[in-house]
Ligand binder design. Structure first.
Ligand code: 6PG
Length: 257
């Protein structure tokens, strides 16, 4: 199956990973704001994106980005209150939102505080209201930021989840067995319709999964991270050296910093 070119940027450490990724993210935002009048980003949760969000929220980028034309969405969310320590919204609030002049109406939080199914339906309505695509169409995010779990999950699409087979809904609320909890997540078609998908992968504990994901292992070990293949978008990996140390460079163009 032919794929768009993927790029791999290897950075010294999570700090530099955040810095390098922020250059791409700000470029995509400015381009979308210029050409479309606004930019739609889907944020990842977890810990790796923190350095990226902090880099966007400090000079020079904090002054260069037209925040009034940026719309923040989430790729996934835990089913918790927004002030809960595990909330992806709270992490973005602390590292980005409270540091930049984003209009309140540009922040499109996944309602982790609602019952999961209701929250998923509400979020899909919010996305439809923003992207206004005809029925059967798919939203095109300017950029989706993703991490990769050590099990190969992306957003809250975990290995073996029925949400991976979703072909109609934009947002799912799977019960995640390993976590014994529901999660909210964009579905694969939404992710794969994005103009840019950026993977952020750092730490030695990610070395094995990154090697497997980049090696495009045979189909029967297909991981959620393998299923992220933007149809007409760019796929960019930002990894640190600790995560990269097991990778024998495969079919990727790579830039080493
Ligand atoms: C979440 C994330 C999840 C994350 C990976 C990697 O809600 O936890 O969206 O998909 O990206 O689990 O997390 P780390 O960056 O913390 O390793």
């Amino acid at each position: 199956m032919g794929h768009n070119p993927r790029t791999l940027t290897v950075c010294r450490d999570p700090e530099e990973l955040g810095q390098q990724a922020s250059d791409l993210v700000s470029r995509v935002i400015c381009e979308a704001a210029d050409t479309q009048g606004r930019a739609a980003l889907a944020l990842a949760g977890g810990t790796t994106p923190r350095a990226l969000y902090l880099a966007l929220a400090r000079p020079p980028l904090v002054e260069a980005i037209p925040w009034n034309r940026v719309h923040l969405f989430w790729g996934d969310e835990r089913c918790v209150q927004p002030d809960h320590p595990e909330s992806n919204y709270r992490m973005a609030l602390e590292t980005l939102i409270c540091r930049v002049p984003l209009p309140e109406e540009n922040i499109h939080r996944m309602r982790g505080d609602l019952p999961p199914q209701q929250a998923a339906e509400a979020y899909e309505e919010e996305l439809r209201g923003y992207f206004r695509v005809p029925m059967g169409g798919w939203p095109r995010f300017d950029l989706v930021i993703l991490g990769i779990g050590t099990d190969g999950h992306v957003a809250s699409l975990f290995p073996g989840s029925s949400a991976l087979e979703e072909t109609a809904r934009w947002v799912a609320s799977p019960f995640v067995e390993p976590l014994q909890a529901h999660r909210l997540t964009l579905t694969l078609p939404v992710i794969n319709h994005a103009a840019h998908v950026v993977f952020l992968v750092a730490g030695r504990e990610k070395a094995d999964i990154l090697r497997r994901v980049l090696a495009e292992e045979d189909a029967d070990t297909l991981l959620p991270a393998h299923m992220v293949r933007p149809l007409r978008g760019k796929l960019c990996y930002f990894v640190d050296e600790a995560a990269h140390h097991q990778v024998s460079l495969g079919p990727l163009s790579s830039t080493k910093d």
